[in-house]
Design a protein around this ligand. Sequence first.
Ligand code: SIN
Length: 281
Amino acid sequence: MSYKNIEVKPVSGALGAEIEGVDLGAELDNETFDDIHQAFLDHQVIFFRNQKLTPEQHATFGRRFGSLNIHPYVKGMADHPEAMEIIKEAHEKVNFGGGWHSDMSFQEEPALGSILYALEVPAFGGDTLFASQHRAYESLSDGMKEMLDGMIAIHTAEKEYGQKGFSAQNRSSMDIDRAGDDVPKHEHPVVRTHPETGRKALYINPAFTMHFKNMTRRESRPLLQFLFDHCTQEQFTCRFRWSAGAVAFWDNRSVQHFALNDYQGHRRHMRRVTVNGDRPH
Ligand code: SIN
């Protein structure tokens, strides 16, 4: 792929590229924006270093891709509700996003992408892993693809944000609400087609996918567990080592991610804006 105004350096064989030559806080001309958009579609997650973003500049960049999500359970900043502070203090044991997931898959119209900006990073650890769900789908046998193609799965935030939810109970530095008793459930295809590229991707994740439609959780478990294990294999992944001022922008329609929790005793402070997407098909 050739780009006019940016340099794009892939970081692994499956997905991910670092982009040089861009100041995301500045007003981006259309040509540079088109390059970034194309790199995002080509590589599924793109990284930038040495950025300086106010919450307003961060949101302005996000809005070039669509409207911004207000998280239903995690409170945003007081004057920027669309910007979410993701903080783990040195004394805390549990981190946010510490398991494979696709952001907001528990909503009817899940997120297009998430833009995460690092304000303070630990001296070691705290990397984020990403896994290409295009690669995961494409590597399946024809028989498995055929079986999965028409299947529907049920997604809900219950396990994370429900009354006994993990996130709601385990984090003190972030303002997280619990969902009411009746946590909404939404149906999504197990294999979705990327609305911009037409490429197919697996669309299930262990945080929010509960079971297949018209099947019990017990009946769904063996196949779901196979898919959870399959879709995050090493050959589908890349790993990003954060530095202060770095930005990662991932495509939730085709990527799962996992924030590693291997920096006990150190503080990590990130800020995220999330771009709304459409209903998976
Ligand atoms: C997230 O899941 O949005 C958090 C990712 C991270 O902190 O690396």
